[in-house]
Design a protein around this ligand. Structure first.
Ligand code: C5P
Length: 222
């Protein structure tokens, strides 16, 4: 088939990355986790004590920053200036602060340029918040994936339990809702469904069912 671009957007914890990874593997495509890039920038800014609303300083920092996404058997590894930060960028501190960093024009400009470059030859599954609306406007297949906030918090809770991270359901629900609100209300490239995206409510679907649906849609375009 053809080397198409698949864009998967949606709110936090909807299962985008889990699904995107499976779909990419099944099609032999490259998976690109754009959230990991915003997380890596946030992690570095926190480490360097840069004010998270100081756009100028963040731009200077970014111009001296190298972010690499490397495929690995257990998913994707994230390297920041050569250091493996795959685990570190998932901390609560980073998670809570990403929306602020991701709301800045300069940050988005630099990361979006990199994302477009990575996807230019197609054969990619890219997930994020603005992929269908801004990064890959011409993507052959666009999915907007969501689930109720209760279901998303429940999935996060299970996920954390498996990884040995203690967490509280009500708190997770609040954190997810707050992050969605911040991502939907920002001025630049807010989280919104692209007009030509297919809406998938995964509240009552299994991972396999969602992956199957998207693979079916992808094969129609290839
Ligand atoms: O996908 P993930 O939950 O890892 O994304 C973390 C945060 O990065 C989001 O809450 C959002 O603020 C930001 N993000 C973004 N645009 C993207 C991907 C992520 O603004 N394309």
């Amino acid at each position: 088939g053809k080397n198409i671009q698949i864009a998967i957007d949606g709110p936090a914890g909807a299962g985008k990355s889990t699904i995107a990874k499976i779909v990419a593997e099944q099609l032999g495509f490259t998976y690109i986790d754009t959230g990991a890039m915003y997380r890596a920038v946030t992690y570095k800014a926190l480490k360097e004590n840069i004010q998270l609303n100081d756009e100028k300083k963040l731009e200077e920092m970014l111009l001296k920053t190298k972010i690499d996404l490397k495929p690995s058997p257990n998913g994707q590894l994230v390297f920041l200036d050569g250091e493996d930060v795959t685990k570190k960028i998932r901390s609560n501190e980073v998670t809570a602060n990403v929306p602020q960093v991701a709301s800045l024009a300069k940050v988005r400009e630099i990361l979006v340029a990199k994302q477009k470059q990575l996807a230019k030859d197609g054969a990619v599954v890219m997930d994020g918040r603005d992929i269908g609306t801004h990064v890959l406007k011409e993507a052959e297949l666009k999915i907007f994936m969501s689930a109720s906030v209760e279901e998303r918090a429940k999935r996060r809770l299970l996920d954390n339990k498996k990884r040995g991270i203690p967490s509280d359901y009500e708190q997770l629900k609040e954190e997810i809702a707050l992050r969605d609100q911040q991502d939907m209300e920002r001025k630049i490239s807010p989280l919104v469904q692209a007009e030509d995206a297919i809406y998938l409510d995964t509240t009552h679907l299994s991972i396999e069912e969602v992956a199957e649906k998207i693979l079916h849609l992808a094969k129609e375009k290839m």
